[in-house]
Design a protein around this ligand. Structure first.
Ligand code: SAM
Length: 263
């Protein structure tokens, strides 16, 4: 391991060493001086160094105390604002907007981290992440595919997303078992977000995909009866995976309207 640091599995540490890949990631981000760029998990600085060279100042969020000590030795406080602790608990609302969030994310917490970050979408300009390829495939999946699920619907509702390129295990030290991929996420404009109750949307989507083999009549029985399915034009015998993001938004809005009228 470079510089004698022993990679900690519990922190999902796979350090990038491939110069070509690092260059491609930084070019994709293209940070400029004056932008608020925050890197999650800077580690040994593989991305931090070239990002800093391009934009002059970075916020970083890192949990590993040994790595934090190294970062403090290597960089001036004028270059790096170091936020020590768990990115899952970090309040991104305290940083100046618009935020550009980047990182080679610790794979063990990638899904909860994406949901945590989605809460700050209004403050974000864009996010560029390295994730397991399989997770990126789920994020951008189309309905009626194996990969399509709660992660796809909830993130596609809030973000436009693009899978940029894949990264082989050999680009890291230690090499992970799986291929990775770079994903770019840009919050959709507020005017495009048609859901009246995002919490209800999340509950419906969680229920619809909780038991993938079951029909919507079963999984959504708490909310929808035959009259509701008929009004929505949705087949109650279908499974959750055939509905698009807009269908889930229509269901949530139908319920908000119906329950609002009943009150
Ligand atoms: N950016 C470096 C690179 O590309 O070589 C390191 C990437 S490594 C996959 C993930 C980094 O996230 C590590 O530095 C790890 O210590 C850090 N990390 C893990 N869990 C974290 C958490 N909950 N909050 C903040 N950082 C975390």
């Amino acid at each position: 391991m470079p510089d004698g640091h022993i990679a900690r599995k519990r922190f999902g540490q796979n350090f990038l060493h491939d110069r070509n890949i690092i260059g491609k990631i930084v070019s994709a981000i293209a940070p400029k001086p004056g932008e608020t760029v925050v890197e999650i998990g800077p580690g040994l600085g593989a991305l931090t160094q070239p990002l800093l060279a391009a934009c002059g100042h970075l916020h970083v969020v890192e949990i590993d105390r040994d790595l934090i000590a190294r970062l403090k030795e290597t960089y001036e406080p004028t270059q790096l604002s170091i936020h020590e602790g768990d990115a899952l608990k970090f309040d991104f609302g305290n940083l100046p907007t618009p935020l550009r969030v980047v990182g080679n994310l610790p794979y063990n917490i990638s899904t909860p981290l994406l949901f945590h970050l989605a809460q700050y979408a209004e403050r974000v300009r864009d996010m560029t992440f390295m994730l397991q390829k399989e997770v990126v495939q789920r994020m951008v999946a189309e309905p009626d595919t194996e990969e399509y699920g709660r992660l796809s619907v909830m993130l596609q509702y809030r973000f436009n997303m693009a899978r940029l390129f894949d990264v082989p295990p050999g680009a890291f030290n230690p090499a992970p078992k799986v291929t990775s991929a770079i994903v770019w996420m840009q919050p959709r404009p507020l005017a495009e977000l048609r859901c009246r109750d995002a919490v209800l949307l999340s509950r419906i989507v969680t229920a619809a995909f909780g038991q993938r083999r079951k029909t919507l009549r079963n999984t959504l029985r708490e909310w929808l009866g035959d009259a509701d399915f008929a009004a929505l034009g949705i087949d109650p015998g279908a499974r959750g995976e055939v509905l698009g993001v807009d269908d889930y938004v229509r269901i949530a809005n139908h319920l908000s309207m119906r329950d609002g009228l009943e009150r």
